[in-house]
Design a protein around this ligand. Structure first.
Ligand code: 9YT
Length: 131
């Protein structure tokens, strides 16, 4: 069994900081669960364009409000605590936080290894594509 505490993982190598967001990876590929599990904070007023071409992602909003724009259709869905979205078509999207941080629980399949950074197109490379 694996038991981890978000508050203890904050500030360790599991806690990744980037432009407009930071993320604590509670489960990574090395945990052999077949998915990774992250608690991600989208910073207040952040606007993030993302396109996970190589991963499926599901996200549940724990706190804060914002929106997600589907760039294929132009549709904008409001996000608030209790709302989940799943990028089942590797959907290209823009995630926007309102004037407070959004706390999101995220699952990735295949699992993130922990070393990925966003590429210019907003995707993460598959491990096999990494140098
Ligand atoms: C909400 C969202 O897009 N989360 C993505 C995960 C985060 N960027 C991470 O842990 O890399």
């Amino acid at each position: 069994m694996i038991v981890r505490d978000l508050n203890e993982a904050k500030g360790t190598e599991r806690h990744i900081h980037s432009n407009g967001w930071d993320s604590v990876r509670l489960l990574l590929k090395s945990d052999n669960m077949g998915f990774s599990f992250h608690i991600t904070t989208i910073h207040a007023n952040a606007e993030l364009e993302m396109h996970y071409k190589n991963h499926l992602e599901s996200v549940y909003c724990v706190d804060g409000t914002g929106s997600i724009e589907d760039l294929a259709t132009g549709e904008i869905h409001q996000i608030r605590p209790g709302v989940m979205y799943a990028l089942d078509k590797h959907d290209k999207h823009i995630l926007r936080a309102n004037d407070k941080p959004m706390i999101m629980a995220c699952v990735f399949n295949p699992p993130v290894t922990g070393k990925e950074v966003h590429q210019e197109d907003g995707s993460y490379a598959l491990e096999a594509e990494e140098a």
